[in-house]
Write a protein that binds this ligand. Sequence first.
Ligand code: GLY
Ligand code: MN
Ligand code: MN
Length: 442
Amino acid sequence: MMPYAARRARLLAQMQPGAVAVLGTAPEVLRNGDSDYPYRHDSHFYYLGGFAEPDSFLVLVAARGEHAARSILFCREKNVEREIWEGFRFGPDAAQRECGFDEAYPIGELDARMADILADAPSLYYALGSRLDARVAIWLEAVRARSRSGVTAPQTTHHLLGMLDEMRLLKDAHEVALMARAGAISGQAHARAMRATRPGLFEYEIEAELLHEFRRSGAQFPACPSIVASGANACVLHYSANNRRIVDGDLVLIDAGCELDGYAADITRTYPANGRFSDAQRTLYELVLRAQAAALAAIVPGRPYSAIHDAAVRVLTEGMLDLGLLDAGKVGTLDDAIASRAYAQFYMHGTGHWLGMDVHDVGAYRDVSLPDKPSRALQPGMALTVEPGIYVRPGEGVPERFWDIGIRIEDDVLVTDAGCRILTGDAPKDVAEIEALMRETR
Ligand code: GLY
Ligand code: MN
Ligand code: MN
């Protein structure tokens, strides 16, 4: 059973009776010459429509009186010549049948039909402040032009995306299954990358192992640019060149996940290029691992989202003081160092983000309905990453044995009634597990 009609029904139930919602998918984008960037649908559109072709619009009309709710798709027409060049397209009839819309029409009829659909609708829901604004103005003008015949135009507009963001934040069973599969494929890709790593290879050769595993498993794309950062490159948070030759004694930090059928995974692992952690590397690695364990333990329904970051920061900061990365004589006690954010010299990012169709997924992080806008409470069905790290750039007073070590450990989890379920457990993580895996292939 496909989930899209149920999602449309849930959105329609939140709308004013007789109101209309409209959203389009993402445009195709020219890269250069006659080549486009690989096409990726709009996440909100796909969430409701389950339809992945470009040049598509979805219009939903809420029930009013004896008029039932309607879901209407506008899409490309069948076109024998274009299909010879570009491949299959559904066309309205097949799209309506296969995807369960109540009606479907050629995209070229959108403007004319919107004037009819919006006639006498009390309100319109769409992405306020988007490129749809100008088009909406034209549609509303067309409805108002009929006012002499007694037709009224929508009197109010609502921001559609806020409602969809909140729906997407809580994953349904279909989404959880896809995210678990994306997590498993991505975990296996990380294991493959570890097995393939040798000093002397280039970072991009390891990136190729990730891409191979994603694609052979049916994932369509990397969910975001893959980071393969060896040595000091691991201290560059969004490193993307992936073109350095890996040296014996380096750590390799890989931050990569696939997108499977529209859902992202996002995993980071850090491991020794030669298969064995040095003492300094192991010391910092185990600190980050303990920080991640503390962060994972903070995932309990009802507790605030911010408790996850707070837990990681406390463990990391305590470790920085113990190891002499932070000087208690200068930064004071553990609580002082947390309050002054002294830890940010070595840990300067948050401990995660919502995850779903987008790597940095939609949904508010704060409860804006309360006056001081506190961090929102965790709920079963939320999916997020947990990704503490430590990044030691050379500097005065920084113990030299830790210089240029960058470590991040990132897993994807689903909040459950009991706490959380890890979706990315296939990627080796413990020191012994990583070293054993790498020994096997040497
Ligand atoms: N890969 C991007 C992130 O971890 O947020
Ligand atoms: Mn992440
Ligand atoms: Mn990541």
